[in-house]
Structures are given as C-alpha cells and as structure tokens.
Design a protein around this ligand. Structure first.
Ligand code: DLL
Length: 447
C-alpha cells in the first residue's frame, strides 16, 4: 500500500502531459527544431507574399538554412507587418481553412488579427494542456478560468486546454468579481487562471465578503498576460493559499501556452521548443545575444499552419537559460519578462519598467499592493508620479509620512526620484484583466 501510494505521488509530481517531448534530450530537440524550422520557412516563402518579398529583399531563400544559426540571416517580422497586411494578408492558407480568429486591440489604429486552422487549434489545446499540467493542474481538477473570453486569446486559449487535460472548466471570464468568488467557493475550484492583477482583486473581494478561499481546495494559480513581480507572487500565494506560476504567450505566435513555469521550481518559464524557436537579440542593433544575456525575445513558430511567424519581434525583454531544471523538463527557460521595451520609462534619466516599481512597492509597510504611474507634462518636461494606496484608513498627515517613506525607498531601491501620492483604500482602480499600470495625461502630440 505504502509503496503504491508513494509511487503514485511520484508519478503525479512529475505529471508531464507529453513525456517524450517534455524530457527529450536537447540534441534531439534541436534536430527536431531544425527540421520544423525549414518547413516553416518553405511554407512562409511559398504561401505568403510578404515573406517572399522580405526574404528576396534580404537575399535569402529557405534553402539558406543549414544550421539553426543561419536563421539570423532572415528578416524580422513585427507588429507593423501584421497591421500592413490587415486583416488576413499574412495567412498561409485560404481563409476557408481558418476556423477561428482572434484579435488584439492596439492602442492606435487597426487591431492585430490572428487565425487558426483545425490543426492549429488542436496544437494550441495540447500546448495549453501541457502548460497547465506543468503548472500543477491535474485531470479531474475544477479550473476557474477568469481570463477574458472573446477576441482576447486568454479565455478561449485556456478553456480548450483545460478540457484537453481532462479538467472541469468554469468559463467565468473577467468581471462580476463577487459572483466569481461565490462560484469558486461553491464549486470548490482547485485551479485559478487569471491575470495576476485580477487574481489580487479576487483575493481582496473574497476577504471583504468573508469567504475563505485560502482554507479550501484551491491549489494552483496560473497567472500571466502581464508583467508581475515575485513580491506579488508571494502576496497572491499567501492570500489565496495556492502556488502561483507564471504563464507567457502572445497572440501573434499563439496566445497563452508559449511558455510556463513548472510547479516544482517556479523559476523561469519552460518555452515549448518543439513548437517555437526562441532567440534573444539586442533591441537596438538586432544582433543575436548569447544564452543568458538579456535582450528582446524573438519567436519563430515551428508548426503553425494559418499564421506561420518568422522571427517575430515580441518587444519583451528577458533572458534564456538552458540550465537543467529540477522538474526534468529539458525545454529552455525564459526568465520572467520584466516588461516590453515600449513600456520602459525614463524617469529623470533612469530607465525603469513599471514591474520594477511593483517589485519595490509590494510588501512595503502600510501600503496595499495596488499602484498606478501617472505621466504628466510640466512645462517642457515629462514628470512621473506614483499613486499607491494606504493599507487602512489613515489621516492626511499620516499619509504624507507614508508617501515620504515610499519616495525614499524608491530612490534607494531603483535610483528614481518621483512624486508619491498615498490614496485612501480602494481609490487606485482595480483590474479585471490586464491592469492599466500607466495613466498617460500628457497632451497628445498634434493636439
Ligand atoms: O496576453 C496571451 C496570454 C493570455 C498570455 C493569458 C498568458 C495568459 P496578447 O494579448 O497578445 O497575448 O499580449 C501579449 O502580453 O508580448 C507580453 O508583453 C505580455 N505578457 C504576456 N504574458 C506575460 C507574462 C496574451 N507572463 C503580450 N509576463 C506579451 C509578462 C506578459 N508579460
């Protein structure tokens, strides 16, 4: 009996969804990547006029790829290429073969449209099932899915993967937080899928309602779609009584399910290398960076039919690690994405990402883990202010004291000097999806 139980426990803690692939020796994995890379380049060149034109302009054909390193001779693809070919111009199959569309709303202009064939949808569900198992979900679990359903890839991407793993999905989507808390408690959710900022909102609302999610069957949180810090991870783990893992993806190459942390190590996200080829480049020069060096993540898809992507520039800043992982998975780890190169702020000459400010703020005494950055134009200069929230109702003079302490702390932790305002509890807006971390009040150019 004892042997049997411990055997079962061992098997479940190593619950790979695709064991042969997830623990494949790296040499073999790289061979598989090269074969699939060739296929992607040939398909793109033959079926997508944009790639034909851009490869020709760069003086390369798919036959130029003899080894993985040759990929650096091929041109990058960017969000602008998707916009310029709006809506379906980058599809490599006739539109009739596309069974689903998703789109992300850009801040300016046209949305970015992505499409999936039947095989793409099946692969996506498989990669999401693999990611959920890696995160610690198990067949039979009740999975509360609070990612937004609709054109955003989060809701439906998770939905299909949860079912593929053999779990019960609760398609809650974002919003109606009190009802979500009640459903989580009544149904006995084991796994919560949400953006980290929305998970924090759920934790807070549950506490206010007097619903104890922490003492219940909730075990795992699969949080992503926006940058977040280890401080917020600790906060979510203690307030919700679960293990919180990071999940990464972007609609242009799939949606969620590109990379995920393992339950065992919670240290870097395994990027699924049988489906994606990852590079890190210098964001200024476009030159490749070595394993372990920080830079912009570039992704090439290896099995996408409808929308193959060659060297897609994600704008996300990270590092790769091929150090062996305690979980036994051999796939490269993408270290926590600290932010997008477009989101970097320069505060009086110091470069800083909102997530670094979060890392410095979460856990600081007497403030709640909610914040927003406010950009304003004062004269000819841009000023950055930080709004944080007092943990409890506090009189004005005390709030000013807290603000001084936070300002001093940010100066010593990050080297940035900025105005800090401490708001009353509940005054910083709560998130129901991707949190809005920066409020830009500067006049629009041309206005
Ligand atoms: O956010 C897909 C997704 C859904 C991922 C649910 C995880 C969970 P997009 O809306 O296209 O797709 O946004 C992609 O979000 O380039 C990053 O800048 C950011 N992002 C996504 N995951 C993370 C993460 C989905 N774990 C963009 N950490 C990406 C930091 C993330 N940033």
């Amino acid at each position: 009996m004892v042997t049997h139980a411990s055997h079962r426990e061992d098997a479940s803690s190593r619950a790979y969804f695709s064991p042969d692939i997830e623990a494949m020796p790296r040499k073999q994995l790289q061979k598989l990547q090269l074969e699939r890379l060739r296929r992607t380049l040939h398909t793109a060149y033959a079926h997508v006029p944009h790639y034909k034109k851009s490869f020709d302009a760069a003086g390369v054909t798919p036959f130029a790829l003899r080894a993985q390193g040759d990929l650096s001779r091929f041109p990058f693809t960017s969000k602008a290429d998707l916009r310029d070919n709006y809506p379906f111009g980058l599809f490599a199959v006739p539109r009739e073969k596309v069974l689903r569309l998703h789109a992300s709303s850009g801040t300016t202009g046209k949305p970015t449209v992505v499409g999936y064939t039947a095989a793409d949808l099946a692969n996506w569900a498989l990669l999401m099932a693999r990611s959920l198992a890696c995160a610690g979900a198990r067949a039979g679990d009740i999975v509360h899915n609070a990612y937004g359903y609709g054109l955003f890839t989060g809701g439906l991407g998770f939905h299909d993967g949860v079912q593929r793993l053999g779990c019960t999905v609760v398609p809650a989507s974002g919003g109606g937080t009190e009802r979500q808390v009640r459903l989580m408690a009544d149904f006995g959710a084991n796994v919560l899928c949400a953006t980290p900022s929305y998970a924090l909102n759920i934790a807070e609302v549950a506490e206010r309602m007097g619903v104890d999610l922490k003492g219940g069957p909730l075990r795992v949180g699969v949080f992503g779609a926006e940058p977040w810090s280890d401080g917020l991870r600790r906060e979510l783990q203690s307030r919700l009584g679960l293990k919180a893992v990071d999940v990464y993806g972007l609609s242009e190459v799939l949606g969620p399910g590109v990379a995920v942390e393992c339950h065992e190590a919670q240290a870097g996200l395994h990027g699924w290398e049988d489906h994606f080829f990852f590079e890190v480049i210098d964001p200024e020069t476009g030159e490749p960076r070595e394993m372990g060096e920080s830079g912009e993540l570039v992704v090439t898809t290896l099995a996408k039919e409808a929308l193959p992507m060659v060297r897609y520039r994600t704008r996300d800043i990270t590092r790769l690690s091929d150090e062996p992982c305690p979980c036994g998975r051999t796939h490269v780890r993408i270290l926590r994405v600290t932010g997008r190169s477009d989101d970097m702020l320069i505060i009086r000459g110091v470069n800083v990402y909102p997530s670094q400010i979060e890392a410095a703020l979460v856990g600081f005494p007497r403030i709640a883990p909610h914040y927003q950055l406010v950009l304003e134009r004062k004269g000819a200069l841009d000023e950055v202010g930080i709004e944080v929230e007092a943990e409890a109702v506090t009189e004005e003079a005390r709030r000013r004291e807290i603000a001084d302490a936070v300002r001093y702390h940010l100066k010593s932790a990050l080297g940035v000097t900025c105005e800090v305002t401490v708001k009353a509890p509940g005054e910083v807006p709560r998130s129901e999806g991707k949190a809005v971390r920066v409020r830009d009040l500067r006049p629009k150019s041309g206005a």
